[in-house]
Ligand binder design. Sequence first.
Ligand SMILES: Nc1ncnc2c1ncn2[C@@H]1O[C@H](COP(=O)(O)OP(=O)(O)OP(=O)(O)O)[C@@H](O)[C@H]1O
Length: 287
Amino acid sequence: MIRVSGVKKRFRKYQILSDVTLEMEGIYGLVGPNGAGKTTLMKILSSLISLDEGIIEINGENYVKGRYVKANHLIGYLPQDFMVYPQISVVETLDHIAIMQGMLNKKERARAIREAIDKVNLAGHENKKMMELSGGMRKRVGIAQLLMRKPSILIFDEPTAGLDIEERIRFRNLLKNLGSEHTVIISSHIVEDIEFLCTKIGILKSGRVLFEGTPAELKAHAEGYVWEYHVSPEELDYIMVEKEVIQLLEEEDGVNVRVFAKEGEEGAKQVAPRLIDGYLAVVRGVN
Ligand SMILES: Nc1ncnc2c1ncn2[C@@H]1O[C@H](COP(=O)(O)OP(=O)(O)OP(=O)(O)O)[C@@H](O)[C@H]1O
């Protein structure tokens, strides 16, 4: 568990994080518009940048104002773009990183590498060069090198960005499995991923916390704001211009249109909100 209390961060004259307080546990989704401060917070937690004010408590230990969070042994951070040497193989990459991490015993290193490769389902690909791997597989190597250090908390910045559909599904399943043994913190713009993975969600906007709670609590914020219209293709043109359409579902006899609005017009049926509706309600401050 990570407890973030009153954390502030400024870059020159810009206040990037203002009094951020969160309790991160389970598989925790950090979401919010571009520039909200998610990466900045993740980098503070991963000791890449210092905090200006506030307290961060990680597994019972406090890190305070003006300091770096020195909890490298507990935390593994995978940035958006995990960079490695393209010409060397998966196993050589992991061996190199393990040596850099101070794992000097060859047998111990080989065992840690084997375990990590198995955990991220890279068995059979050990001898491929990094440049021969797909984006998702490279990310797996990124996770494998984190797992060798046995961290209890894993932090992933936009882990599924840029992956194709099948890779994304495979990668998501891997993240879900990691959540059974680790606290996992992810930032993502992909609502489906948040829905699939997260047990708790924090929403940041302009460096402030707008919401923290379970997916069910987030959905509840949009209660009464989601309407469904069943329309013909001709009526669809009108509705697309006039309403805020969240989703379209084509059916044999027309189109089902989900709309975010305070009130529904004639023919509209009020429906149960989904996660994306709760997010919109919170970010717009409508409820
Ligand atoms: N080193 C830096 N110096 C100055 N400003 C910075 C620095 N790093 C980030 N920022 C600014 O801080 C703000 C928050 O950036 P951050 O990357 O944390 O947001 P984010 O929520 O992760 O955004 P995105 O969803 O686009 O990745 C942005 O306005 C960004 O331009």
